[in-house]
Unconditional design. Structure first.
Length: 188
């Protein structure tokens, strides 16, 4: 880039630099237009929200009532959910090898809820004073026996470093537009 800027033709014009600028306008600018922005807003936000609103209103608000009943059911037992067992792979407290799988398990007494209604996730961060978020890894619901829900995660590290982690549970429903719509969260 630097030589392109300083190389000048006989009219003192940085021809290579000007070519870079023209190419940038031709290739990049079309991606940053009001038309593209409006298309993104409509396809990512407005149309999905309009479809969701129509679904919630349809059939005399059946889906909205169903979702409200689900939220009430979750709220009714949320504070009584018990952690029965947590087995986080030894690698988290010791040394991980990159590329190796480390299994972890969480067992919860969901007080009658389905394992699909509660999500379990591992949050990974770096640093102690001001932790920086690295990633989120979801556990999968494995089985439910004697009223206990068993969740499993096989974590494979892909980057070197020193990490901290935390486990948390959250209310989970496909009908929620996003997790902030029902912000129940509990750190384990």
């Amino acid at each position: 880039m630097v030589p392109a800027y300083y190389y000048r033709n006989d009219k003192n014009i940085p021809v290579l630099w000007v070519d870079f600028i023209k190419n940038t306008f031709a290739e990049v600018v079309p991606q940053f237009t009001t038309k593209r922005m409006m298309k993104d807003y409509f396809t990512r936000y407005y149309i999905p929200q309009a479809e969701r609103t129509a679904l919630l209103k349809s059939n005399n608000f059946h889906k909205a009532k169903e979702l409200a009943a689900w939220k009430a059911k979750i709220l009714n037992v949320w504070n009584t959910i018990e952690v029965k067992n947590i087995q986080v792979s030894d690698g988290i407290t010791n040394t991980y090898e990159m590329g190796k799988s480390y299994p972890s398990q969480v067992t919860l007494d969901l007080k009658g809820l389905s394992p699909t209604e509660i999500g379990v996730e591992l949050i990974v961060a770096t640093g102690n004073d001001q932790p920086e978020f690295v990633g989120r890894h979801d556990f999968t619901a494995e089985k439910s026996t004697n009223g206990l829900a068993h969740y499993k995660l096989d974590l494979t590290l892909k980057k070197p470093g020193i990490y901290n982690y935390g486990l948390r549970i959250y209310a989970k429903n496909k009908s929620l537009p996003n997790r902030q719509d029902f912000r129940l969260l509990k750190w384990l």
